[in-house]
Write a protein that binds this ligand. Sequence first.
Ligand code: NZQ
Ligand code: ZN
Length: 380
Amino acid sequence: MQNFSYKNPTEILFGKGMIAELATRVPAKTPVLLLYGGGSIKRNGVYDQVKAALKKHRRVEFGGIEANPLFETCLKAVALVKQAKIKFILAVGGGSVLDAAKFIAAAAVFKGRDSWEILRTHGGCVTAALPVGTVLTLPATGSEANGNSVISRAATQEKLHFTSALAFPVFSVLDPVTTFSLPKKFVRNGLVDAFVHTMEQYMTFPSAAPLQDRLSESVLQTLIEVAPVTLAKPRNYEARASFMWSATLALNTLIGCGVPQDWATHMIGHELTAFYGLDHAETLAIVMPGVWQHKFAAKRAKLEQYGQRVWGVKNARAAIARTEKFFHAIGMPTRLGDYGIDAKEAAAKVATRFAEHGYAFGEHGDINAAAAAAILLQRA
Ligand code: NZQ
Ligand code: ZN
């Protein structure tokens, strides 16, 4: 096991009716920014519950955060935060709203001239941020319990992330009932995103971290078990609760302690979203099997362990095939061609971006521009 430091300061308020806890968790003396997306919270009753819990608070609202939140939209919210002297941001929605809140919280107190620096430096220049609380309505990203945020810039077709210890939410409300209204597509996306987050921290090489391995395998097994139930029966509370908690554990930084990490799938995937507008999880299901094929020799021991423990199959190739079959079974395509995207063009575009950023990901730091192109070429 490698050395690590672990601190997760986010208070999790999990379960039915927990939105009412906002009344005591959100500071009452200063105005609060209630940040939300395209309106799902107004249709499923979540907005009314939040309003009821905050009836004694001064609230300023900003709606319209889009999926894959835009820098351009966030800047409008930053202006509102400054003008209304907001000291606390409450994000209510999916990962996009939560990520936007984290960025707005850092940008509102950023001392530099251009807050894009926060993303360009991947959080290196963040020295302060307003506190953020969240009500999560879509299990997927783990944003509710980590210090990450991913922001897109329409003008330049860029999608960059930042990470900061200052961006962890102070608290997050996770009420599985709020997710009953999710369309199947977003449930499928959430299952795949959580699955791939686990893999980014697990599918590398053996590192004498047996507990970490088994924690990851438990998350994978739970996701596989609940996936068909939660897709078929959206109002099955127990299945949704297990899904929601699995997604949080997949990226609340615990399973990644002391182990090598990959993240090449995510970084290639972000570029595919930036260029082609695919949903985040759609990109991951295309790229991950390609990363595994490309790094087959280096990942073989872990692929075999995963295959045996999670799927009961003997060899590494069968483990890859079984994973793609799982994605297909929950309605997730795994090829660029499924979206009419030309693999050669995608490979060239993504490679150019990787070269511009000087990216090199993967547990061996060797998924560079050429490797990213090779991976995408086999995903036609
Ligand atoms: O905007 P509204 O109207 O709220 O609708 C949303 C949106 O259209 C809808 N939705 C959310 N909760 C709902 C609901 N519809 C009905 N009922 C509900 N309960 O779902 C749509 C998608 O929401 P979004 O927040 O975009 O999805 P997700 O949670 O998958 O977030 C994706 C974003 O997170 C980033 C991705 O790159 C992408 O930008 N990620 C963030 C990470 C992090 N912070 O650690 C890690 C991830 O790897 C990922 O990169
Ligand atoms: Zn993800």
